[in-house]
Design a protein around this ligand. Structure first.
Ligand code: GSH
Length: 242
């Protein structure tokens, strides 16, 4: 059985959705990043970058196989099951382009926009600049998605693929940015088609349950500040004696 070592953030949800779509047997191993579990030596062996998600596949290539990086994990699971990555050469590269687009742009830019929007300090010119930079970028990325989905049923092409699976969890709160979405009709058509999939519905329910359980358990432990990059670097250094 595949173990998903994770927390149901957008990056965690991607892999949960893929596992539900493929029908592979899997279980969630809770890694509470708010409590610092990502710095434990055992977890760092799975994910040297101290980020979730990671997987352990006891029946991987050549035996037990572990992986970090959600995009790579989706490619791996697609290869393992023969699902959600087209076999045709063009079809495969079309999907990989849009998977990379999610990994390089949607995830990091949405993340930065959230970070600067949620900073608690008074808004000076520097903070205002950072907020505008990343929030404008998020709006631009929604335009890219809408344009693409105006010419293609799914992000990677005619078939539902790991590009859609990677991107959808990041867009679940699109209404905060786009309101009713009427200015992005192709995006909303895609969003609701994905939302209607039984695997997506199972994933959302599981994500809520797991997040509630982890939040409750996390209350018993001190929280760390994952936005503090100096603290993160020190924790990694201590854990790895660097
Ligand atoms: N590129 C990585 C990004 C993973 C990532 O940023 N994970 C966040 C949660 S969504 C995390 O583990 N943060 C923990 C920390 O910052 O210490 C992936 O797609 O797997």
């Amino acid at each position: 059985m595949i173990e998903l070592h994770s927390m149901p953030t957008s990056n965690g949800q991607k892999v949960m959705l893929m596992l539900e779509e493929t029908g592979l047997p899997w279980k969630h191993v809770d890694v509470n990043i708010m409590a610092g579990d990502q710095f434990s030596p055992d977890y760092l062996r799975l994910s040297p970058n101290n980020r979730i998600p990671a997987i352990v596949d006891p029946a991987g290539p050549g035996g037990r196989y572990t992986m970090m990086e959600s995009g790579a994990i989706l490619v791996y699971l697609a290869g393992k099951t023969g699902k959600f990555l087209p076999r045709s050469v063009r079809g495969k590269y079309d999907v990989l382009q849009w998977l990379m687009f999610q990994m390089a742009h949607v995830g990091p830019m949405f993340g930065q926009a959230g970070h600067f929007t949620n900073r608690p300090e008074p808004v000076d010119a520097g903070l205002q600049y950072a907020r505008e930079r990343y929030n404008n970028e998020v709006l631009r990325l929604f335009r890219v998605l809408d344009n693409r989905l105006g010419e293609s049923k799914w992000l990677g092409g005619a078939e539902y693929s790991i590009a859609d699976i990677a991107t959808w969890p990041w867009t679940r709160r699109y209404r905060v940015r786009l309101g009713d979405g009427s200015a992005h009709p192709h995006f909303t058509r895609w969003f609701h088609a994905l939302e209607a999939r039984p695997a997506a519905q199972r994933m959302v329910k599981m994500a809520e349950e797991i997040m509630a359980r982890m939040t409750e358990e996390g209350k018993k432990r001190p929280r760390i500040n994952i936005s503090d990059t100096r603290d993160n670097a020190e924790r990694l250094g201590k854990a790895t004696k660097g």
